[in-house]
Design a protein around this ligand. Structure first.
Ligand SMILES: Nc1ncnc2c1ncn2[C@@H]1O[C@H](COP(=O)(O)OP(=O)(O)OP(=O)(O)O)[C@@H](O)[C@H]1O
Ligand SMILES: [Mg+2]
Length: 509
């Protein structure tokens, strides 16, 4: 049996931290929880991203909850992607019980029950602050990625955005985009060909079909106004605690495309609008994505590349990204290699495939004299994990089997009445939940086409009248020669098009 004092020294040397930190719990030697050997994550490395993995029911979501509430307590705002709807309890204090008492007695510090400032947000018609983005803000590059378009088709999307920009025509929702797409090869064909070159009907047809597929996944709910300002995720309450923003995504599990569309758009917007962070010693915002395999499954290569670039770049904005999923292999290697904190809960060895995954996972952890990693992985109890982090110098800490503390807030969800009370206090709901239907590309083009049609009809009537007159007066000179140009310069209300095209194409390099 290894010497306990040596073990304490091993942990305490690896996990020293001068600045602010989160104490996740106590390290374990075999089955024994060792007091005064704490697993402390420096706040300043929390923008270095992380992974929480483990089989079902092993404690991943509770670990997420522990990290989120401790960040909040230290004044760092948090964003949670609540796919299963089991995180609302953060807004109410937890309750002590015999099991928690025992856990904390072993760890060596008392259990504290506490609630945290929370805001509920939604991507769909569920209750909460509505999250939306306009198609203009989304930008041509991201839209093409999400639609999985070819280079030629992406080129068309860029031209369409340029046209709308040139003509001050806001693209707010997908109806706007579909309308202009049709217009380019229909009523506006001549004008487009003259100004921007010919656009093929076959290509716009493909793009249109892909937009419709995206709509069928519910993306029409996401695109539109009023668009969400990511600065509103950075609120601190009157006691100096960071807000925990919980996006309820329970109705999105079967719509992975919508989920990744939203994630990418949010990250791109954050990247575009947050200032560059120096070595501030604390993150600006920490984002947790529960059930993260939903983003990566079914994502195209182009989309994965985009996610990888954003993950890499967003760190400099002081934003930490944490993926929570059952198997580390759910996360692409290029993303995995960028993660600072790894919390690995128990894995189950039912099949040969499982055993292979366990071996692979074990190999990705630092070697340790104290643990046989592949064995420990299957022996971990609920609420225990193998942890490897970065110390304040950015050096990987020693591997530590950890008895995690219990969440301070409630481990269960809010009741309906607690939830409606929470929603009533929201300051963001009045700001974002009114329906705006400002004039945009759809209305502007419809009007343009109508005007053109009436003008044409009028001119035709006039022509006929004149012709009749001419015949009557026996004159034989011919009439009008020009066809009607359907383009009438439309003057729109001033719009802000925060195209993130530039930023995203830079990211792609
Ligand atoms: N740190 C902890 N302290 C106390 N109890 C815990 C802790 N972690 C987990 N538990 C217990 O284990 C249960 C399951 O945890 P959790 O919901 O986090 O699992 P999970 O890994 O997210 O599961 P799933 O994959 O099904 O989402 C909790 O309801 C709680 O009772
Ligand atoms: Mg979970």
């Amino acid at each position: 049996m290894a010497n306990k004092q040596d073990f304490k020294d091993y942990i305490n040397t690896g996990y020293t931290t001068k600045g602010d930190f989160i104490n996740l719990g106590a390290a374990m030697l075999g089955d024994e929880t060792v007091k005064d050997a704490y697993v402390k994550i420096p706040l300043k490395t929390m923008n270095r991203h992380g992974l929480i993995a483990g089989a079902t029911g092993t404690g991943k979501t509770k670990t997420l909850q522990i990290l989120a509430e401790n960040l909040s307590e230290k004044g760092v705002p948090v964003l949670l992607m609540d796919v299963k709807g089991d995180l609302s309890g953060i807004a109410e204090p937890g309750e002590n019980n015999a099991k928690i008492e025992e856990r904390h007695a072993a760890i060596g510090f008392p259990y504290v029950a506490k609630k945290f400032p929370a805001e509920i947000l939604s991507l769909s018609n569920q209750e909460g602050v509505r999250l939306r983005a306009t198609v203009s803000e989304f930008g041509p590059v991201l839209l093409s990625r999400i639609l999985d378009l070819s280079d030629v088709q992406s080129g068309i999307v860029s031209v369409i955005f340029k046209y709308c920009d040139d003509h001050k025509m806001p693209l707010l929702d997908l109806n706007d985009f579909k309308k202009i797409l049709q217009y380019t090869t229909d009523e506006g064909k001549e004008e487009f060909t003259n100004e921007y070159g010919r656009i093929s009907t076959a290509s716009t047809g493909v793009i249109l079909r892909k937009v419709i597929t995206l709509e069928q996944q519910g993306a029409d709910l996401f695109f539109g106004e009023k668009s969400f300002d990511p600065q509103d995720l950075l609120r601190i309450d009157e006691n100096g605690m960071g807000y925990i923003n919980i996006i309820r995504l329970t109705d999105i599990q079967d719509r992975p495309k919508l989920f990744s569309t939203f994630m990418l758009s949010l990250l791109a917007e954050i990247y575009a609008t947050f200032p560059e962070q120096g070595d501030s010693g604390r993150p600006e915002l920490v984002i947790f994505v529960d059930e993260a395999h939903l983003i990566f499954n079914q994502a195209s290569k182009a989309l994965l590349n985009q996610i990888e670039s954003i993950v890499k770049l967003i760190r400099s904005k002081g934003v930490g990204l944490y993926f929570v999923t059952q198997n580390p292999t759910d996360v692409p290697d290029a993303v995995l290699s960028q993660l600072g904190l790894k919390v690995q809960h128990a894995l189950r060895a039912f099949t040969a495939k499982d055993r292979k995954a366990i071996k692979l996972t074990a190999e990705n952890y630092p070697l340790s004299d104290y643990y046989k990693t592949d064995e420990v992985l299957t022996q971990l109890g609920i609420g225990e994990a193998l942890i490897s982090a970065l110390n304040e110098k950015g050096i990987p800490t020693p591997l530590a089997r950890t008895m995690l503390r219990a969440p301070m807030s409630r481990m269960d969800i809010l009741t309906d009445s607690e939830l409606s009370d929470l929603l009533k206090t929201s300051k963001l709901i009045p700001k974002y939940n009114q329906v705006i239907n400002r004039e945009s590309a759809y209305e502007m083009l419809t009007e343009k086409i109508e005007t053109a049609n009436t003008k044409e009809a009028k001119e035709k009537a006039q022509e006929e009248k004149e012709a009749a007159k001419k015949t009557a007066s026996q004159k034989t000179t011919s009439s009008r020669k020009s066809t009607v140009n359907p383009w009438i310069k439309t003057i729109s209300s001033p719009t802000v098009i925060r195209s993130i095209l530039g930023i995203l194409s830079k990211m792609m390099k």
